[in-house]
Write a new protein. Structure first.
Length: 184
């Protein structure tokens, strides 16, 4: 497969999320311009290497449900890049050559350890496929749904299925994903 050019440079205004999340850490986010996202290899979660105001980073982009992506910018990166909320920052991004191994949630790890046939297939899948399985599981809004998805994933994996089906990782058709709401 021929790799196409995924490199892009753009400017974007840094937004403060309405809800800061755990620990109240100060982080910001941007939604990538559609033309930048269109150059990336997939509409779902995608890892990029890049720079914000010349400061390098590697991050996992999340789908925005509109066939684009959004980027969470951690507090430390904001500080080292000399960036702040509501400022326009200069970005450079490109897809990484090889998707890194995703962090596997502890409940999924426990289920895979308890289901050896599923674990064998899991270990035979690609990092991108594992990322999609994790994305499908973690996108559940209720604990009960998440538990069912973990069980279903183990059942499918145990039967030799390497890819999750019937799941739109971009959120476009299901409207399952969106960027955070910006603070006013």
């Amino acid at each position: 497969m021929t790799q196409h050019d995924t490199h892009s440079e753009f400017s974007a205004r840094l937004r403060r999320p309405r809800e800061a999340g755990e620990g109240g850490d100060a982080w910001a986010f941007i939604v990538l311009p559609k033309e930048v996202s269109a150059k990336l290899p997939r509409r779902g979660r995608t890892t990029v290497a890049g720079c914000i105001n010349g400061q390098g980073f590697q991050a996992l982009l999340e789908p925005d449900g509109q066939k684009s992506h959004w980027l969470k910018i951690e507090a430390q990166l904001l500080k080292t890049a000399g960036a702040d909320y509501d400022q326009v920052a200069e970005f450079e991004v490109r897809a990484v050559d090889q998707e890194p191994e995703p962090e596997v949630p502890s409940d999924l790890t426990a289920a895979l350890q308890a289901w050896p046939e599923a674990l064998v297939t899991w270990q035979q899948t690609t990092p991108v496929a594992r990322l999609d399985w994790i994305h499908w599981i973690t996108s559940a809004k209720q604990t009960k749904t998440r538990a069912k998805r973990i069980n279903d994933a183990c059942d499918m994996l145990a039967s030799g299925k390497k890819r999750v089906c019937c799941f739109d990782p971009s959120g476009f058709y299901s409207k399952a994903f969106s960027p955070p709401q910006a603070a006013e």
